[in-house]
Each structure stands twice: as C-alpha cells, then as structure tokens.
Design a binder for this molecule. Structure first.
Ligand code: PMP
Length: 422
C-alpha cells in the first residue's frame, strides 16, 4: 500500500537532513490517544497544534518577564516592548514586507478583513463602486464586504470557479473595470484547497486601478509568502493556523495603503493627542492597535515563526505535497468517494463527500478511529452551493502528519462506506 511513500526525511540545501518524525515529537498534543487509539490530527486548516518551542516561550515570558507594552518606563515594560516590536520585525521578514511599520497585529484574519473593510472601505468605497470577490471565499472575506456594499450602495461581483475548483481568470478579466475599487481573494481556499494565482490577480487588479486584499490565513503556514512579489495592498493571516496562539492575527498593509487608511477601533495607544474638541492619531501600525495588545500571544507568534523558519518553508511545502499526493491516491481509489476540488495547484486539503453518508456521520466514524477531521460547510457556503453539496468532510494536513495517518484516514473512510452500504 505504501509503494509511493517516501521516507519521512528530506535534505536541506546545505545537505542537512530534515527528519519529520523528530519534528513531530516536538508537538506534545500529537502523542495523545482518543478512545485508546493514537490521535491522527487532520484538522489543520481549522487550527494547528503548537510545538514546545511556542508553549515554552509563552510560559517563560508569562512567568519571568510579563508586562504590558508601550506604557511603562520600568525595565520589564521596556523589555516586553522590545521583544514585542522584535516580533513585528520578524513577521515583516517572514512576509517579505518592506518594513515592520507595515505589520499590524490584529485578533485574527477575520479582524484584519473587518479592519480594512470598516476603515479603508468606508472611506474609499462609494455608491456604484464594485468589489470583486471569488466564489471560493471564507465567510470572513465575504461578509465584511457585503455589509459595506449594503451600507454604501456598492456592488459585489464574483469570480466564478470551474469544476476543478479553479478560478475562471478570463471571466475575472471581464469583471474588472474602472468601477472596480477592490479585489479581495484568498490565497488558499480553506474549503477545497485551491491555491489561487494571487500574483496575477493582483497585477490585473492594479492595472485596473483597484486595491487588493489577499486572505492568506491558509497560505502563510504552508508556503513561502512574499507580499511584494504578490503585489497586494493588504494581506491577512491568523497565528493559530501557523502553530502559534489563538486570538492573534496579522494585517500586512503596504505603507501607502496603511497611511491612507483611517483608524478602525479607537482608544488607548493609537493616538497622538486627545482633547474633547479634536483628536489626532498615531501613524501606522500603532494607529490600528487600539487598547492593550495580546502581548504573550505576539511573543508566541515570534517563536512559531522561528520554528517554521528552522524547518524551512520549502521543506514544509514539499512534505505536505507528498502527503497530499498519497492521500489523494488512497482516497480517490475508494469508489464511493467524490473528492471536491482537483485544482492543479492545491494545498494539502482533501474535501469529499461519500455516497449515502452525511459528512458529519463520516467524521464521527473517523473520530471513533482516532482520526480528527472536520465536517460542515467550512464557513464557505457559496463554495458548497457551487458544488451542489450542503457540506463536505475535510482532511487537512500539516508537515507533522505521517503517511500512516493518511492510511488510517483511507481505512476509516472505507469503514464508513461499508457501514452505510450495509
Ligand atoms: N480565511 C480563511 C481562508 C480561513 O480558513 C479562516 C479560518 N478558517 C479565516 C479566514 C478566518 O480566520 P480566523 O477565524 O482565525 O479569524
């Protein structure tokens, strides 16, 4: 069965070996058992597990150095502020942004999109203006724009998707016009795994004079990101999907784009001067960080980025591709399975339906075997509608998953097939 399985090892450019089974050992949750069976955690598109490096870093910070940032003149506060701002610089490097000033800490990808829609959008989108989204978006990249469009009398246009789950780029070209003010698409679709050609999408939008936002929640943990190469104005992500803590995200904004954007949330720490008559606001990024930020979580994100960098994004991408290929081969052999999403460029996500079985029942059967997958509409109901299904079962992989876990997934699906046939 494992004919095409490669060893869990890969060579770095310097010839050093990356041993993914050793890397896996650094994630304590993965050693858990469920109903006496080893946990096979295949819900990485929902959230990822944390390595010791992240857990330890946050515990050390909280137990030895914790203070809030930007406020105190005492040593602890200064040290915390220093470390916090160092992570901002680290994120800038990770995304290849031009400077740390282009990095805003948010509470997650959802907040990043809401911030851009609620501040930039409210200022620059007007009646009759057009916003282009794709048919593959997560609700987090639909609803803020829909609310804005309703408020302003703007129009939402949607890039259609072919049967393989790829965006129809010709139709996208036809949708673009001088009325297009914004194009917002995801880098990787969480529901079916399509990797979208965001660089081309942004180039075409730019040529039409539109601003661009890329939802990178599913891309940042799995591939090298270069926001300048992509050419987007805004890029959002969530720390909890990249082996870091929950409650934290990042909004990258090109310097000029952020400078033109008014504040979103207002309050402490984002001002220049406040009087009862009039107030002025700080420059980006602090203009967008009202209130006490999630300090410990930011420190944890720094450790997650160090961890990812030490493994190497290239190796991560290659290992996850092998897992995807193996899973696609095994799962597609099961004749009752219908895999939704066969894009040529695809992240390690397999979304499927099973004849005669509800996705939730399939997930429950897999759970009884210790295999954790997600069932539902994946906050992408328009995508489900496009493929005429109410829901799918979704297995999403990380480099820490093993080929044996892929086999357990396939065995579990076969078991579900037998049960529902019987
Ligand atoms: N966009 C995509 C593509 C996602 O997968 C998710 C999370 N499932 C989000 C946005 C929202 O992320 P969060 O809930 O962390 O804000």
């Amino acid at each position: 069965m494992r004919a095409m399985v490669k060893a869990n090892e890969m060579k770095t450019i310097t010839g050093q070996k990356v041993d993914f089974s050793k890397i896996r050992d650094q994630f304590p949750v993965l050693a858990s058992t469920v109903r006496g069976k080893p946990l096979a955690y295949l819900d990485n598109a929902a959230t990822t597990q944390k390595p010791w490096a992240v857990i330890d870093k946050m515990r050390d910070f909280d137990s030895r150095e914790y203070a809030t940032v930007r406020r105190g003149a005492y040593r602890f506060a200064e040290q915390a502020t220093h470390e916090f701002e160092e992570v901002r610089a680290k994120v800038a490097l990770f995304l290849k942004a031009s400077s740390p000033e282009e990095i805003v800490f948010t509470s997650g990808a959802t907040m990043g999109v809401n911030l851009v829609a609620g501040s930039w959008g409210r200022k620059f989108i007007g009646e009759g203006d057009e916003i282009i989204l794709s048919h593959l978006e997560h609700h987090a990249n639909i609803l803020p724009w829909q609310m804005l469009a309703q408020e302003k009398g703007a129009v939402i246009k949607v890039i259609p998707v072919n049967d393989a789950g790829e965006l129809d780029m010709e139709e996208y070209g036809r949708l673009l016009s001088s009325r297009t003010k914004l194009v917002a698409v995801n880098h990787v679709a969480n529901s079916i795994g399509t990797i979208n050609p965001v660089q081309t999408i942004c180039q075409m939008a730019k040529a039409a004079g539109a601003v661009t936002l890329v939802d990178g929640a599913q891309a940042a943990p799995h591939m090298k990101i270069d926001v300048r190469e992509i050419g987007c104005d805004f890029y959002v992500l969530s720390a909890h999907k990249m082996y870091g803590p929950s409650g934290l995200g990042v909004l990258y904004g090109r310097k000029e784009a952020l400078e033109r954007t008014p504040p979103f949330l207002t309050g402490g720490d984002m001002i220049e001067r406040v009087t009862f008559e009039k107030s002025t606001f700080a420059k980006p990024p602090h203009r967008f960080e009202a209130g006490t930020p999630p300090v410990t979580q930011v420190i944890g994100l720094g450790a997650a980025i160090d961890f990812l960098s030490s493994v190497g994004m290239d190796h991560i991408e290659q290992q996850e591709k092998k897992l995807l290929d193996y899973a696609t081969e095994l799962v597609s052999r099961i004749e009752t399975v219908n895999i939704i999403g066969a894009a040529r460029d695809k992240a390690a996500i397999i979304s499927f339906t099973l004849a005669d079985a509800h996705p939730h029942d399939v997930a429950t059967i897999l759970d009884s075997e210790g295999v954790a997958v997600r069932a539902g509409h994946h906050c992408a109901q328009p995508t489900m509608d496009r493929f005429c299904v109410p829901a799918t079962t979704r297995a999403s992989f990380s480099f820490y998953n093993t080929f044996e876990e892929v086999e357990r997934l396939a065995e579990g699906i076969k078991q579900a097939t037998d049960l529902f046939r019987g």
